[in-house]
Design a protein around this ligand. Structure first.
Ligand SMILES: NC(=O)c1ccc[n+]([C@@H]2O[C@H](COP(=O)([O-])OP(=O)(O)OC[C@H]3O[C@@H](n4cnc5c(N)ncnc54)[C@H](O)[C@@H]3O)[C@@H](O)[C@H]2O)c1
Length: 448
């Protein structure tokens, strides 16, 4: 049977006993993995510290928005009794032959690695793990951590030795939010093991549980670094696009047109410039590399360039509309990117901070968040049909949600400037309303 999203649900004879898997961390990625495994002849115990998440999974509903195919997979697995959830991680793990770890590692304000969430999860795993189980880390990790931090931690707590008494593997999760179900089936899965047996067990697990192409690599470190390198590449490439865009603006050249022309050469793949890089991947993982002894070079410089983009955008606004003190500025998009509810390291947070320091009255709109959630950031939520839109002096598009395709700016009667941080809005229409449009690298716009 195939779901609406084209995902194969394997028809299962439920009288046979299915192998047990524990998925630790039921967020955007973990819940999707759990639901996919539970529709591919596995019996899945999901574990999460959030009781609301656990309750919704046990009712057969997904707490993740905008993830095509996920609702159906969760519901089908619930209906077939192959997916259940608990806050008791050790207990779930004690029943599993395979344990998947997908709890985030973040960085703090000083860009130091924050292991608190995953350390706690691994402690719980170590308290439940049984001999000969297979533990696969999928969370993006600093190279070396699977073995040297977490393998060690499990050994110290459980007394079981990695590679001998239990199997240890690493397989980075490289999917993209909004298309996770699709990507799990179509992206090749990189897998590394602490030894041959662990690698073989992990590869066999993914062959059956996902049915995707596998890339088996020679070590845990290779698999870990492949994911970090992929994210560093994207961060550096975006920084390059941003740097080129600032130059293009000075020269009154449209950067979008330059990129499209340049990328017609097969070896050129210039990414899109933008108002900032957010989320819990790209702005974080370069530090897994930088913090291991890289004080200078392209990677830290690219982080600096990308982190400076919100300030650059605010300077552009000041140049156009003068001092921001007392001005009403609306940010569109609290999430770090469109159609995802994820505020971690969002560029919106830096914009809010800077606007408030400059004395602007800061408003935020984001259809994924409730007014109460938005207010927690010390700003005023504003619906796009609210009469107060006519008092807004300037708008910054930070994340392009689908809902923003249809914004009617005609009732933003006082608005002088719309800064399109993602180069997505309709410049002609905005100009027709007598509002100045500014993109990133797009100043002057197309002249023909
Ligand atoms: N979201 C993405 O786009 C994406 C893409 C590729 C890879 N990844 C990887 O997946 C990881 C997880 O991402 P996500 O988007 O699913 O995160 P998320 O924030 O949506 O979910 C994390 C979940 O872990 C739970 N959790 C926290 N501490 C726990 C603990 N001690 N024990 C059990 N559960 C705990 C949280 O309650 C939450 O439900 C990321 O850190 C990254 O390495 C994410």
């Amino acid at each position: 049977m195939t779901t609406e999203m084209g995902f194969d649900i394997i028809m299962t004879d439920y009288s046979e006993s299915l192998p047990n898997v524990a998925v630790v961390g039921l967020g955007k990625i973990g819940l999707t993995l759990a639901a996919v495994f539970a529709n591919h002849r596995y019996n899945v115990f999901g574990a999460d510290i959030n009781p609301d998440v656990v309750a919704s999974v046990n009712q057969g509903t997904s707490h993740i928005q905008n993830e095509p195919g996920l609702d159906e997979l969760v519901w089908t697995a619930h209906h077939n009794n192959t997916l259940s959830a608990t806050t008791a991680t050790a207990e779930a793990v004690s029943q599993a032959d395979t344990i998947i770890v997908i709890v985030p590692v973040l960085t703090d304000e000083q860009n130091q690695i924050d292991y608190r969430m995953i350390d706690r999860a691994v402690e719980d795993i170590a308290m439940g793990i049984k001999e000969d189980a297979l533990v696969i880390f999928e969370t993006t990790l600093p190279p070396g951590d699977t073995e040297n931090r977490f393998g060690k931690m499990i050994k110290e707590i459980s007394g079981l030795r990695p590679g001998q008494d239990f199997n240890l593997a690493y397989s980075p999760e490289r999917v993209y939010s909004n298309q996770i179900v699709h990507d799990l089936q179509h992206y090749p899965k990189i897998v590394g093991g602490i030894n041959e047996k662990s690698l073989e067990r992990a590869a066999n697990f993914y062959k059956k549980a996902l049915g995707c192409e596998l890339i088996e690599v020679s070590s845990l470190g290779t698999a870990e670094f492949a994911k970090v390198a992929e994210c560093v590449y994207r961060d550096v490439n975006i920084a390059l696009a941003n740097e080129l865009s600032m130059f293009a603006e000075e020269k009154d050249i449209n950067m979008a047109e330059v990129i499209s022309a340049s990328n017609s050469q097969p070896y050129s793949n210039i990414h899109s410039p933008g108002i900032g890089v957010g989320g819990h991947c790209i702005p974080i993982y370069p530090y897994f590399f930088i913090n291991k002894g890289l004080s200078e070079g392209l990677t830290p410089l690219s982080r600096k360039i990308n982190d400076s983009m919100p300030d650059y955008a605010i300077t552009k606004i000041e140049e156009r509309i003068g001092s921001l003190s007392g001005k009403n500025i609306l940010i569109l998009g609290l999430s770090y990117r469109g159609n995802v509810k994820e505020p971690t390291k969002s560029t919106a947070l830096r914009l809010i901070d800077q606007l408030q320091k400059k004395g602007a009255n800061t408003f935020v709109n984001d259809p994924s968040f409730s007014d109460r959630e938005i207010s927690q950031y010390g700003v005023t939520p504003l619906a796009l049909n609210n009469q107060y839109c006519s008092e807004i002096d300037g708008v910054i598009l930070q994340a392009f949600h689908d809902a923003y395709n249809a914004i009617d700016f005609s009732h933003f009667t006082k608005c002088q400037l719309i800064l399109d941080g993602r180069n997505k809005l309709n410049q002609k229409e905005i100009n027709r309303l007598g509002i100045t449009y500014e993109g990133i690298g797009n100043e002057g716009g197309l002249t023909f």
